[in-house]
Write a new protein. Structure first.
Length: 521
């Protein structure tokens, strides 16, 4: 660990340097400077501010309940002497509790911040009400919480440096709640003022969050540009966390586009520099798992996504979106029971949410694992939820999965409609590998019709196996593509070879390609 630069040996100077380090996301430096400031015999008021800063640093370092206890203790100690400072500490105590999944504690702290702030800090009420609204949403009062939060956001102004990081946190929460328009408006104000005043330290985080919104809403070129600028600024400012966050955003975009080399490079850098900063490592691994899934490498996808699932401390798939990817990977590898377990857990978590994107994910997962008689109902539900939120890539993923299951149920006309919709979106976005998968599904249906003479003696399941294996798939890959076990592929292949009079994959491929190989009598 590099040594700290020489500092003046006063509590005030050390505190100011700790604040600067915290704003620049240098958590370790900020923590050591804050401890040094406390040891430098500050007066009571300054000591309270230092402890407040320590609480925020502990939250940033994921020591959330230690942060909560520290902030609540200090807030209670100064409510009568410095109620404004106490209001801010109650606010940050609520944030710490939310990060630690202690929802009731978060709600209590947010309520207290509003009660105290009404008289002591009326200018902060929009920020305080926003936090209270978020806590209410998570405490199973979604309608009242969302209304409170959005009303507060309309009054929020990006006015001074002290509140800018709180404004960014609010925008990030709005993004998480799928309030993309409100989040984007706040971030645009934040970026505009930061550029106008030259206060660059806030720009990487704001630009990166805007990039995440652009990516979610299908504006991938804009997302690329914003995240690249955010990464450049974060490197210049040596903001360790933000560097990793930007890299994870770029990795997600590269994965969706099928740009393997770029995705792996971004993820590799994240995992070298970050293992403990919030969820950035998990975000990067989800991108890697999604890439592997789009390439048909289900074993790799499962290995990566299982690591995320086992270490992810947060229950909400909006924070670390691994459930959809892992359910699909399990299904494609024939591990249906494990897929159903994740889908059931996801449904239990999301049963009370009113966020359309998450409800769409829930129904999508149920559609992947449902029996033949009911899968259509779940996918139709997912598409109805998708109609309520602008997330074109995620919707196209549902259209593709639905089309695949429809085609395997021999409902080819319906399958074609959904596959063509998925293909159009994938091509528009530049999601190359997903587009190839949609084209392959469409082409498989056309080839099956055109080859009816050669395949007339095969059962529908045997036709599917023959077409997939004839394209060069191994038994394991064919099993993943057709949602069956490798043993099932072995069984069908033996029957296919016998009926068609062929003895190898090569002969099968030649026959399906219309080559000179004739069917033996």
């Amino acid at each position: 660990m590099p040594s700290l630069p020489a500092v003046e040996s006063t509590a005030q100077a050390l505190y100011e340097q700790a604040v600067a380090a915290q704003r620049e996301a240098r958590r370790a430096d900020a923590e050591r400077l804050a401890v040094a400031a406390l040891a430098a015999d500050p007066d009571r008021q300054l000591a309270t501010r230092i402890q407040h800063l320590r609480g925020r640093i502990l939250t940033w370092g994921e020591k959330t309940m230690r942060a909560y206890e520290l902030l609540v203790t200090e807030a209670m100690g100064c409510e009568s002497t410095d109620p404004r400072q106490a209001t801010l500490m109650w606010l940050d105590a609520s944030s710490a509790a939310l990060a630690g999944r202690e929802i009731e504690a978060a709600l209590h702290a947010a309520l207290r911040s509003v009660q105290l702030g009404t008289g002591a800090a009326p200018d902060l009420l929009p920020v305080l009400e926003t936090q209270l609204g978020l806590a209410e949403i998570l405490a199973e009062s979604p309608v009242a919480g969302r209304a409170r939060m959005l009303a507060a956001v309309r009054k929020l102004e990006v006015a001074d440096f002290e509140s800018w990081d709180r404004v960014h946190d609010t925008a990030a929460a709005l993004f998480w709640l799928e309030e993309y328009g409100a989040a984007r408006l706040l971030l645009e104000q934040l970026v505009e003022q930061a550029r106008a005043t030259g206060f660059r330290t806030v720009l990487p985080g704001a630009l990166d969050t805007m990039a995440a919104i652009d990516y979610r809403m299908g504006r991938w070129r804009a997302a690329d540009g914003r995240s690249a600028e955010a990464l450049r600024l974060a490197r210049e400012l040596d903001q360790t966390f933000q560097i990793s966050s930007c890299l994870s955003t770029l990795a997600s975009i590269a994965a969706a586009r099928g740009e393997e080399q770029a995705c792996r490079a971004y993820v590799s850098e994240v995992l070298k520099t970050d293992e403990d900063l919030f969820f950035v490592g998990a975000w990067a691994r989800v991108a890697l798992g999604s890439l592997a899934l789009s390439q048909g490498r289900t074993d790799e996808a499962i290995a990566v996504l299982e690591q995320v699932a086992s270490s992810n401390p947060y229950p909400d798939p909006a924070i670390v979106p691994w459930p959809r990817e892992l359910v699909e990977a399990y299904v494609r590898s024939g591990r249906l029971e494990q897929a159903r377990g994740i889908a059931k857990e996801t449904s239990a978590r999301l049963a009370e949410t009113n966020r359309p994107g998450l409800r769409a994910v829930d129904a999508h997962c149920r559609g992947l694992v449902a029996e033949t008689a009911s899968f259509s109902d779940h996918f139709e539900e997912s598409l109805r939820w998708h109609d309520r939120t602008r997330t074109p890539f995620l919707r196209a993923r549902t259209e593709l999965a639905y089309g695949e299951r429809l085609r395997r149920s021999r409902r080819n006309a319906a399958a074609k409609t959904h596959l063509q919709r998925a293909l159009a979106v994938f091509e528009q976005l530049g999601a190359r590998l997903w587009a190839e998968r949609a084209r392959a599904e469409l082409a498989t249906g056309r080839r099956a019709t055109g080859r009816s003479n050669a395949l007339r003696d095969l059962t529908p399941h045997e036709v599917e196996v023959a077409l997939v294996v004839g394209r060069g798939a191994t038994n394991k890959e064919a099993a993943a593509a057709l949602y069956v076990s490798p043993k099932t592929i072995d069984y069908h292949l033996a029957s296919i070879y016998r009926k068609l009079g062929v003895r190898s994959r090569t002969e099968l491929a030649a026959l399906l390609a219309g080559g000179s190989r004739s069917v033996r009598g």
